[in-house]
Design a protein around this ligand. Structure first.
Ligand SMILES: [Zn+2]
Length: 643
């Protein structure tokens, strides 16, 4: 998602056990610097003991994850708001455990009156939730155990347990009323429906947490297994359906002319108007019958769709993999009045191209992306739901952020609900890096500081100091947002500065290679980077991700000798940020000395920077760049009496 969610339950303070943090005294105390181990929750420790994860950061010899095969049929007949669905899930238990009470997720019960949710709900947001019309297990009709107070997950007792390495068939018929109030899903207008979180699914059962029974409050976004999907969506004539996966039957649902334009877009750099406003108005897009649009995708964490009878449709494509010249399709669906969306296919092409070839520098892993004009600023696999903005530079910024999520959480299988540092943190770091390419470093820095960092740097609430590793389901407000976005991203960017571009790239690619399509947690990342770089970076992880630190450096002393100057820097806040020391000389010249976070490895509290020069200093300035200093009043020095 794009921004910090501004509404949260006021659930009170939350504390987490953690490694000893550096003392608040600026006196030299190398204790944290020599900490060689990372705090680990007891449940995670057990996973390492069972060998499902490995101390070298690789998936353990006993690693497993469960998966499902989903066959879903949906009927949507706007302006009727009832969505009818039927579904068969074949769920494979790859775990060593016998499953007796699986957990089924019904996300859209967040619309039920009384459901716990992160924000308030207008009357138009509320619905009666998901109505299960029939449920069967291995073909046997079974009473659905849901009650009035069942919300976004439901435990279901099995009469016959699901044994390890066996599978089970779960069948549902269900219906729900689509919400009139659109957020991440719902009605975009009376004849445009965005379907997300819309089907019953088996919750994630994993090796370190068991069943994921976190209540979905709309604060968190995803934690999903990698499943195979066939989804058929039946809509009236003149409705186009866009969605995750391969559209299997375009020739069944499109008239010849738009079909030809659609097909040509897969080899076109130029934006092709597959369906214009005039095409929609003259009913020249779809076959003139009730149409069933069929989509398929394998090994993907979710499926999302948009349907409309008047959204215009653009498409083109871009080479994302130079090794085999593979192109990915970029499509956009929007109201013709949304001026910025007329550029959206090219914004999307640029994002896929840049992300594939620069950072993370892994070919875009899917066949397409579709950017839908909605109201969410929200990512889904192969789909983006973004608002329209008057400022096209901002529209591009937002869509780049959402498309960056392709890698984190989707390609990497991140548990964003608990560890958004591995999802929003990376999307925010990537958003900054592509921003430099788009805008130049100076503008990208200013934008990043304003949008992502200043809130943390200037907010003295103790909630802001909670460690990034804090389970996000225990956080609210700015503590949640800054830990997920700005703080986490700054840590990754500080790591890049510490390691240098080449080593950072090698380490990041090793992590992504080891864990894509699986369910990595923060320790898998930290240990992989340690392993691949051959360095014990726990001193760095401890302060950046496990401590209550913040960024505040100070010039605490300057000594002058015949060889030059020696500048002592105190790290008051505790976080090891990169720093530029600007030296302004009496003769009007100046130097900038860049120090990576490595200067804090030996002593997290105090570092000395040598300034060999024969010139006389007029002033020194500590500049921490995007790693905004919480108190910049102690960042300057000038010799007394110097003019
Ligand atoms: Zn995001």
């Amino acid at each position: 998602m794009l921004m910090r969610v501004a509404f949260f339950l006021a659930t009170g303070a939350f504390t987490v056990g953690c490694v000893p943090t550096p003392t608040t005294s600026p006196s030299p105390s190398p204790q944290a610097a020599t900490t060689t181990t990372l705090y680990m929750p007891r449940a995670v420790t057990k996973a390492y003991a069972k060998g499902t994860r490995s101390p070298d950061g690789k998936p353990g010899a006993n690693y497993w994850q469960n998966r499902g095969r989903y066959n879903i049929a949906i009927t949507a007949l706007p302006p009727n708001r009832t969505i009818n669905g039927s579904e068969e899930i074949t769920y494979f238990n790859n775990s060593p455990d016998t499953i007796r009470i699986p957990v089924i997720r019904l996300f859209l019960n967040i619309h039920k009156p009384g459901a716990p949710r992160a924000g308030g709900a207008r009357a138009t947001y509320l619905t009666s939730g998901v109505q299960i019309d029939s449920f069967s297990v291995n073909g046997q009709g079974t009473k659905w155990p849901g009650t009035e107070t069942t919300f976004t997950f439901q435990r279901v007792g099995l009469s016959t347990p699901l044994l390890p390495h066996d599978s089970i068939r779960l069948s549902f018929k269900w219906h729900y009323e689509i919400s009139q109030r659109s957020g991440r899903e719902g009605m975009l207008d009376s004849t445009t429906y965005f379907l997300a979180y819309f089907y019953p699914r088996v919750a994630v059962y994993d090796d370190y947490n068991g069943w994921d029974t976190m209540t979905f409050t709309d604060g968190q976004e995803f934690y999903s297994d990698f499943n195979d999907y066939d989804v058929a969506i039946t809509v009236p004539a003149n409705y186009v359906v866009w969605g995750t996966g391969t559209l299997l039957n375009p020739s069944d649902v499109l008239q010849p002319a738009p079909l030809d334009r659609f097909n040509r877009s897969f080899t076109s750099d130029q934006t092709i108007n597959v369906a214009t406003k005039a095409d929609n108005e003259s009913k020249a897009v779809t076959k003139q019958s009730t149409n069933t649009w069929k989509f398929r995708s394998a090994n993907i964490p979710d499926m999302t769709f948009n349907l409309s009878d008047h959204y215009v449709w653009d498409a083109a494509s871009v080479v994302v993999d130079d090794s085999n010249h593979r192109r990915a399709s970029v499509q956009a669906a929007y109201n013709d009045t949304a001026t910025d969306f007329h550029y959206m296919v090219q914004f999307g092409r640029h994002a896929l191209d840049w992300l594939s070839h620069n950072w993370p520098g892994i070919p875009y892993p899917y066949e397409k992306t579709t950017v839908v004009e909605g109201q969410a600023g929200m990512e889904y696999p192969m789909m983006v739901n973004d608002e329209s903005y008057a400022d096209t530079v901002f529209s591009r910024f937002v869509v780049e952020h959402e498309i960056a999520h392709t890698y984190f959480p989707f390609y990497m299988g991140i548990n964003e609900s608990r560890y958004p540092m591995m999802d929003e943190g990376w999307a925010t770091a990537l958003e900054y890096l592509i921003g430099i390419a788009d805008l130049g470093k100076q503008r990208a820095d200013r934008s990043f500081e304003t949008f992502r960092v200043r809130g943390w740097a200037t907010n003295t609430s103790p909630l802001e100091d909670l460690p990034i590793i804090t389970p996000a389901d225990g956080l609210t407000g700015g503590a949640w947002g800054d830990n997920a976005y700005g703080k986490a991203a700054l840590g990754y960017l500080a790591l890049k500065d510490l390691l240098g571009e080449a080593a950072f790239g090698t380490a990041l690619h090793a992590f992504m290679d080891r864990w894509h399509g699986k369910h990595p947690i923060p320790w898998d990342f930290f240990y992989t980077i340690n392993d691949v770089t051959g360095r014990n970076l726990n001193w760095f992880w401890n302060v950046w991700y496990f401590s209550n630190g913040y960024i505040d450096l100070a010039i605490s002393g300057v000594t002058h000798s015949s060889g030059g100057y020696s500048v002592t820097i105190d790290n008051i806040g505790g976080i090891p940020a990169p720093v530029d020391l600007e030296a302004h000389y009496a003769d009007g010249t100046s130097d900038v000395i860049h120090e990576t976070p490595a200067i804090w490895e030996a002593n997290l509290r105090r570092a000395t920077i040598s300034l060999p020069t024969r010139k006389l200093l007029n002033a020194l300035v500590l500049n921490t760049g995007i790693w905004l200093d919480a108190d910049s009043t102690n960042n300057r020095w000038s010799p007394k009496g110097t003019p």
